[in-house]
Design a protein. Structure first.
Length: 255
């Protein structure tokens, strides 16, 4: 986020009906940054995230006034700032970073399963509010810019809740590990001018979930759930243009 987020948010509301809805999908890892291994030879997290991102793009290609921008479309090493720049320059209304998990060093391999969704921590949002206030030319502009930063953070929570609902409905509520603001590296969510989430779709080292994530059935289910969440959020934004109360900021307390 930056001082430009205030102008961005205002132009978003004024132009949403005419210009359509753009979502930026970041397929995690890439190139020499392979991510977690899988049971498939020479197939890593970076391959899976890109495959699912491309599936989502194909599913949504038939939707009018909805564009999917892939911030990584090949097996290339892409710096974090380049991913952020991709979304900002595309004028995206939503940013989704896709990842797959593996048990941590303190956990038994294969012992963890399920999906989880991450947001920028509250402390980072507060830092950004302070930063844009310092850059503002006067107190009025500082208050407005800070309000827009917090509004984008609230909209990120709304996006996370919708993705969570779609995933739980598709994959099972027993796979739901919740919405979190710590426990993952969230650098890619910094500097964005739109609602943003990082989605861990499941655990590659789990004896049942890992093979499912690699299967045609699993990848189709995840891509369909994510595409459904995106169309839900696009519809929510359009409703908000007619009924502003539907996009009013919600409680910052995570469920």
């Amino acid at each position: 986020m930056g001082l430009g987020v205030a102008t961005f948010a205002l132009s978003l509301l004024l132009s949403a009906g005419a210009s359509g809805f753009t979502v930026a999908i970041d397929a995690g890892h890439g190139g020499s940054n392979r991510g977690a291994p899988t049971t498939k030879p020479d197939y890593f997290e970076k391959h899976l995230t890109l495959a699912i991102a491309k599936r989502v793009q194909r599913i949504l290609a038939v939707e009018k006034n909805l564009k999917v921008v892939l911030c990584r479309s090949t097996d290339a090493l892409l710096p974090i700032r380049a991913r952020v720049r991709c979304a900002n320059q595309a004028g995206a209304r939503l940013f989704i970073s896709l990842h797959a998990n593996a048990a941590g060093p303190a956990e038994e391999p294969g012992s963890q399963r399920g999906f989880e969704i991450f947001l920028l921590p509250v402390a980072e949002v507060d830092k950004e509010v302070a930063r844009v206030a310092l850059l503002a030319p006067d107190d009025s502009e500082a208050a407005w810019a800070g309000h827009q930063v917090r509004t984008v953070a609230e909209q990120s929570l709304a996006a996370a809740r919708r993705i969570r609902w779609r995933f739980a409905d598709t994959l099972g509520r027993d796979r739901d590990r919740g919405i979190k603001q710590e426990g993952a590296t969230l650098d890619v969510l910094q500097g964005l001018e739109m609602p943003a989430v990082l989605v861990e779709i499941g655990f590659l080292d789990h004896p049942e979930e890992g093979p499912y994530l690699l299967s045609e059935e699993g990848q189709r289910a995840i891509a369909t759930a994510l595409a459904g969440a995106i169309t839900d959020l696009r519809s929510r934004e359009l409703r908000g243009l007619k009924e502003p109360m539907t996009t009013a900021p919600r409680s910052r307390q995570l469920p």
